[in-house]
Design a protein around this ligand. Structure first.
Ligand code: ASP
Length: 440
């Protein structure tokens, strides 16, 4: 039997009318059994997210001993949600108890988690479903890492016998027994955790966009939508800055080979984007799946004659970076040359100078040169390995747009080609590559 876990983001919980749309979506498919919800988000631009108000509540408690003005906003918002839903639910007693606990516990994570708690209580009422508190089923170990084994067991016990169940996202219980939140946007992770625990056939992630676009719409006007992509392609594109999903949220479901379907609550009829485990993935037929770019890299270029005969040369260079605690992004190399690509933000406060000195001492290079303000652009797609001439098309498009290529790195999986260009050429380069592979 198919079992779907559906996570609804903040905009899907923003007011009673949208929550009614959520109810319709759930009622439309009997396989949608387990629902994970975020706190109410913005209703219009300029509105404030409930989680942000809760962080304000915590500040108020820390300064004045109890929260008043900020909690009044929470109270109003939930009262109007219940009114719009037209349900018979005594939200004010739940709010009273919540306010008391916020004032008593004086704990930031606890306070921040209440948006999810309250929206799950309301949603469970709307759906006539069982409410399962994340505090009782999602656990962290003493190092603060999510405890999969303990949580899986507790989630399965809690859902036993329930036709439908609603979980609040974003939090669980720490090893000290107190509520602990994930990082911001963490309800995506909670959804993935529940999906993995119940061995779901599909993890539906309902948001306010109809899935991933082939590139950033601020750079290319109305780019094409990506209908399907693999976890690996998603990883490449998100690493380069394309973000729809919380990046950690992938891991629990990826491990269990559960596909994720990104859907739009406001346009449920749209296809959305299906993210598939590589084992099931069938390429769409497009050579390129998506293009993403990120600015702000520094390239250290090292040249030394007969580098290839010097055993341990690359290790010595990388040890300098390791000792400086600097992560390396890419290492393109030639016969007597190698480059190290590093995020410029990691090289502040004299670190770059110290690293250059360290490299000089470690390997005495013939040439040591630094190029700053580099952007990396990744062109990603499983289809690239099977089509001849992809790189030729890519570089021709860049040449025609008069963009100087500073660096080339093709991943050994043939899943991506990464080019380095000057920061100021980044957007133009993305446009040129997009035009070449997706048309005008
Ligand atoms: N409400 C939390 C946040 O605003 C978590 C989430 O929405 O996923 O970050």
């Amino acid at each position: 039997m198919a079992v779907k876990v559906c996570k609804f983001g903040g905009t899907s919980m923003a007011d009673g009318n949208v929550m009614n749309c959520v109810k319709k979506i759930i009622d439309n498919d009997k396989d949608r059994k387990y629902i994970v919800v975020s706190a109410p988000g913005k209703r219009y631009s300029g509105d404030i997210k409930i989680t942000d108000v809760l962080y304000e509540c915590h500040k108020e408690v820390a300064e004045k001993g109890s929260c008043g003005a900020a909690f009044a906003l929470i109270r109003n918002r939930f009262n109007s949600i219940v009114r719009e839903l037209n349900i018979d639910f005594d939200i004010n007693s739940v709010l009273d108890e919540t306010e008391m606990r916020i004032n008593a516990e004086k704990d930031e994570d606890f306070t921040a988690s209440r948006g999810e708690y309250l929206s799950a209580r309301v949603m469970a009422e709307v759906l006539g479903a069982k409410f399962i508190d994340a505090e009782d089923v999602i656990f962290f170990d003493k190092n603060g890492a999510y405890d999969a084994e303990k949580s899986d067991k507790a989630i399965n016990e809690a859902v036993r016998g329930a036709e439908k169940a609603v979980f609040p996202g974003f939090y669980g219980r720490g090893a000290n027994g107190k509520v602990k939140t994930f990082s911001r946007g963490g309800s995506d992770i909670s959804g993935a955790i529940v999906a993995r625990a119940v061995n779901a056939t599909l993890y539906e992630n309902w948001t306010d966009v109809s899935g991933f676009l082939a590139c950033d719409p601020r750079i290319v006007d109305s780019p094409k939508r990506i209908k399907a992509l693999s976890y690996k392609e998603l990883r490449e594109l998100s690493y380069m800055g394309a973000n729809v999903l919380h990046s950690e949220s992938i891991f629990p479901v990826r491990k269990a080979n559960i596909p994720i379907h990104i859907k739009n609550t406001f346009r449920p009829e749209d296809d959305g984007t299906l993210i598939q485990p590589s084992v099931y993935y069938t390429p769409s037929g497009n050579t390129v799946t998506g293009i993403a770019g990120k600015k702000g890299f520094t390239v250290i270029f090292i040249e030394k004659s007969l580098m290839n005969y010097q055993i341990g040369f690359i290790r010595k260079v990388l040890s300098v970076l390791e000792d400086a605690g600097v992560p390396v992004e890419h290492i393109p190399s030639g016969i007597d040359t190698m480059s190290v690509v590093i995020e410029s933000a990691a090289l502040k406060e004299g670190k770059l100078e110290r690293i250059l000195q360290g490299i000089k001492e470690a390997v005495a290079p013939d040439t040591l040169r630094v190029t700053e303000d580099i952007a990396l652009i990744a062109t990603v797609g499983h289809g690239m390995s099977s089509s001849v001439g992809t790189s030729a098309r890519l570089f021709k498009a860049m040449a025609e747009a008069k963009i100087n290529v500073k660096m080339i790195d093709q991943g050994s999986s043939e899943l991506n080609i990464i080019v380095g260009v000057k920061n100021e050429d980044c957007d133009n380069c993305i446009r040129a590559i997009y035009r070449e592979f997706f048309g005008k």
